[in-house]
Each structure stands twice: as structure tokens, then as C-alpha cells.
Write a protein that binds this ligand. Structure first.
Ligand SMILES: [Zn+2]
Length: 63
């Protein structure tokens, strides 16, 4: 399953939203990874999820 991982080019924040949660600017769709999206981008995805939902869980629906 391909996620709509997006990236803010202003502050290099990865997000799943259309706007950057960090600076509020419009994010752009991250380039489709050539291989192992879960390995290469999982870190960023988890990071953005943690920023979005907090570290105490609620992220199991995404992960
Ligand atoms: Zn930003």
C-alpha cells in the first residue's frame, strides 16, 4: 500500500497532511521511493505520526 507521504520543502518536515504541521506551509508529495518505502521512509512516517498523535499511542491504526 502506498501512502501519501508528503514533505514540506521549507523545513524538511515529513507529513501526511497537505500542510506542514511545523510551519503551516503547503507540503508537496514526496517522490515515490524506488524501493522499500517502509524501510527508507518508515522513520519519517513514524516521526510525523508521533508528532501528529503524540507518543502515547493511537498510531496503531496507521502502522
Ligand atoms: Zn514546514
Amino acid at each position: 500500500m502506498r501512502s501519501a507521504l508528503r514533505k514540506c520543502e521549507s523545513c524538511n518536515t515529513y507529513t501526511l497532511k497537505d500542510t506542514c504541521p511545523n510551519c503551516g506551509k503547503a507540503s508537496k508529495q514526496a517522490a515515490p521511493p524506488r524501493y522499500s518505502p517502509d524501510d527508507r521512509y518508515g522513520e519519517y512516517r513514524r516521526k510525523s505520526i508521533i508528532e501528529e498523535y503524540g507518543e502515547n499511542g493511537k498510531c496503531n491504526k496507521v502502522l
